[in-house]
Structure formats: C-alpha cells, structure tokens
Write a new protein. Structure first.
Length: 154
C-alpha cells in the first residue's frame, strides 16, 4: 500500500481491469487533489477499443473534475465545453473496494442524478489518480484524473 509509481495516463488506458485493480490496491490515497483534473475513462480492456473509448468519452461526455479540497467539494466537467455540473462531497475514508484509505467522491447527498454513485481515488503517480466508480454499491467502471501541470487552475 502507499506505493506511488511512475505510471502514465496512457499506460493506465492500456491496462486490463485486473491490472487496474492491482494498481488501485497497491496505491495510497495521496493528498486530496486541487484544481482541474483531466478525466480519462478506463474500460480495462487495453488496446484500441480502450484508447477509442477514452478519446470519445473525453471529446463528447466527461472531461474531468474541478476539486476544491478546502470546501470539500467537486464539480464534474461535462461535454465538449467542459460545463461544470454534478457536485460531489470530497473526503478521506475507507474504500469499499478493499477497506483501505482512499479519497471518496460522494454524490449521495449532493446530486439527484448521481445519487447512487460513489467514486474513490488513489494517487498512482505524482498528480495522477486512479479512480473506481461504484453504482448502487457495485464497481462498474474505472477512470483516471490527471492533475499534472494543472494545479490551482479552475
């Protein structure tokens, strides 16, 4: 646990779901990130399908998150214009994934649309966080948030 490696965003896209799970388990929570993090959807299939899904989802659907650790809040950046929407509460807690510390992105008290979603993130490289998405308590998707070179920008 608490391993911060030198994995890149592209390497995360190319990993399988099992490999992403191993990396998440090995990582520590790191500090709560601040500012604008570029989001990447991780299918966990590796290869061309995973690269295409990451590119298409970034271009059309989800571009990342803006996190304000002092307020304990975040907003997702949606669509081609990075429209800030869907608020979550941000706090450290134990992971539903493995019971170890993580940073929780909790939508249950702040969003009608995403009420059943809980994200958890851990730092896998300086400024790069690997996340897991739970929908109604079930792990359904993985993602990355890249804060490298973007700290403090909102």
């Amino acid at each position: 646990m608490d391993a911060v490696t030198s994995v890149s965003r592209q390497e995360l896209i190319n990993r399988t779901r099992r490999q992403l799970g191993e990396l998440f388990r090995a990582a520590g929570p790191g500090p709560v990130p601040e500012g604008r993090g570029r989001g990447v959807v991780l299918l966990g299939t590796g290869g061309v399908v995973a690269r295409a899904a990451a590119a298409i989802s970034y271009a059309l659907l989800w571009r990342g998150k803006i996190i304000d650790p002092k307020a304990g809040r975040l907003k997702n950046l949606l669509g081609p214009t990075s429209f800030p929407a869907i608020v979550a509460v941000v706090y450290p807690d134990k992971s539903w994934y493995d019971g170890e510390p993580c940073v929780v992105l909790d939508y249950s008290k702040t969003s009608f649309v995403a009420k059943a979603i809980r994200d958890e993130i851990r730092q896998v490289s300086p400024g790069l966080y690997l996340g897991v998405v739970f929908l109604a308590g079930r792990h359904v998707l993985d993602f990355a948030l890249d804060f490298t070179g973007r700290r403090g920008k909102t």
